[in-house]
Design a protein. Sequence first.
Length: 828
Amino acid sequence: MRLTLIEGYRPLAKTFTPEGTESYPLIKKVTSHEYVIPETAEGLREKTELLRKHADAGHAMMKGPFIRSLSNETRSGLTDNTAETNNIVIDIDGLTLRGVTVPNQLDRAAIEQLAAKCVELLPPLFHNVSYIVHASSSLGMKGDKVSMHLDFMLNAPMPADTLKRWLQVMNLTLPAFTNQLELTATGNALRYKLDVSLADNSRIIYIATPIFNDVNNPIPDPNDRIFLVEKNHTAVQVPDAILKLKKAAVTKDLADKVEALREQAGLPKRTMHTQQFVFDGESCTVVTNPDGCSMEFVRDSEKYVYYNINGGDSNAYYVRKLHPYVVHNFKGEPAFLFEHADPKTYQWHIDTYIRGNAEAEGNMMPVPVVFSDKRTDIYYRGLIDRVKNTVIEMNMSSRVGLDDWMAQYQGVMPENVPVFTYEFNPTDQRTVDLPRRYINKFQPTQVMCNPPEIDDKFKGLGYDSWIVGFDLCPNIYKVIRSVTGDSDLEMGHFINWLAYIIQEKKKTQTAWVLHGVEGTGKGVLFERVLRPIFGEKYAVQTTMSALEDGYNAWLEEALIVMVDEFQFSTAKSRQAVLNMLKNYITEPNAWVRAMRTNGGSVPNFSNWMLCGNERDMMRPGDEDRRYNIAPRQDLKLLDRYPELRGNLHLLNEEAPLFAAMLMHFNYKEVEVKEALNNDAKNTMRAAARTIVDDFMVGVRTGNLDFFLDVLFREEALDTEPSLPAAKNAVRGMIKHYTQGGTTSVSVGNLLATFKSMVGDSKMSDKAFGKLLVRYGITSERKRVYGIRDRYVELPLTHPDIEQLRAEYLIEAAQPKNVVDFPSAKAPS
């Protein structure tokens, strides 16, 4: 028979003081002492003396052997768990013996008498067998409760799991023990009076004499704590029936007893779901639906942290310090999921032992997760960093792939695949909220979470003081000045716009149009500044053709979008592009679609930058409130700022500082939401307008000077046959001009003027009528100047109408209103 004892740097003993009890010390490294004891009566005597010797030295006994000798080293992973055992230790744990009073002072005779009473409670095969008594440290300290170890030799070795089943059967069948069975603090297992955990080879059996500081020692003579009681037989004869015990049958009997005690306690009937969980190559059974409980911290060691449950004091529950997912115990209860049982304490454990510890964070295993998306019904599998509460990886999956994923990453597959809200929402502070089944696709960048500290003078800048930031990030300011056309107004407006986005992460409902020659810094700004700040996934660069192809799944996770080489005039459908951009820029939701999938509406957080080289790249409407147009930049960035040549990396270095400044910026929301109506916008309007646009603007605004060009043209040199009618039409406008009011002009006369000015002699009456409607110009059938026709009311304006009348009406060949000329028939 093998005997293994261990020693540490201090006595492995419990300490009693007036203030309370100090548990056994946490010893990380131990030295082992191994002996081979003959399986005889003399061997039992030798073992007893060795136990006394090592108890006096403050050592402890191992239930089983190590795979090798230890010398001041951790015992983790070195227990020989497969070794069969030649002894059974009956651990009497707080048993109350009927009619027995435990005295305050105990000697060997009194302890032997208590031991004999306990042996009488065991099956008859123990009654006439020698045994070694180890009085527990608490014997005599807990009233009449009896706690001691009775160490018997077995006639033949047996596996540890068979020994455990035998101890469990004793608890269920021996009246003295089964009548005192209780539920554990979890309510899911039994608290044994005959401890079954001492069947495990890895268990430490504390034998050292306890330390009493200013407290009564109930067993004054340490030799009375360990002694041999000799009987007629040396070893217990193990019955064949015990060796044939079936685990399934014993497990069912234990479950029935638990259910009976739950019913007595008024607890609901439970169906406990379990799953095999593999960790570090070892398999254990884990309860996946534990009852909620309160776990209280007890102590920690190098690799483990110990807890009590629901006010208990056994110190028997423990988790791995850096992988605390599963709660194990020394009581023989099923392991269970820590976070499911007590989420609050689980988070405390993470915060205490892992968060902020770089080495611990690096060693903590990611948590695998599987779920079905509430919106799309798509299955996902991923990995979660529970320290940072961020998503490490997330991918779509088939249903059958979820189980393999959890097994691969040592996770526990839930009974039913949970349904999660899986969305992109940068305004929600949560990234991962597993208890509420929520995962946010948006994960703020490092600079958003922890911006660098900047001088106070750069904090609190605003719409009128943004220029101060030049001293903090001069190179970024140079690039922004370049792309915004060297204008303070537009540059300040742009910085204010960016500050709102980074702080609120919402739609501004306005966009920027940046244009100029190639090389002005538009792409540099996006790649070296905005992308590092907002994140690779959330700062999207796309093209005109990609906008038009209809596949825009990227939009769902876009916070800022740059459309490169934008050119409105090259669009396949100009109006469709305008409508699309209007929706993307202003609407809170957008329709997104990936290839080979159906589309769906999602929240839209995107903010837009349209970048191009042409002067007419965009066509802002006359009443536009969406587009900020920066002045055109015709000087390349490196020509404007030659000091940046070869130093563009400085932009990346300044980006975190720029982000910090923006996060402290006092933005003006009214300026964010309101697009500039500046000279650059008017210039681009003019550049983007066609001659048809110009004509219709002239009609809508009533700009009489615009139409006077007709009167300057020579009929003999002009090939447009409608010129005479057009001249008469313009003279009619001059003649009937009404100051502060409108002038009625027939649609036919407008068509004649249109043909002459635009040069479209093939325009039909009907097509022109539709064209007017498209530009929002209405006509009405009525009688004017004695003629019934369709008329448009023009709000004509001119600074000196009398001079015009004097100059042009005298030349009129026909002084009456031009509505009479026969060639200008109005469309019906």
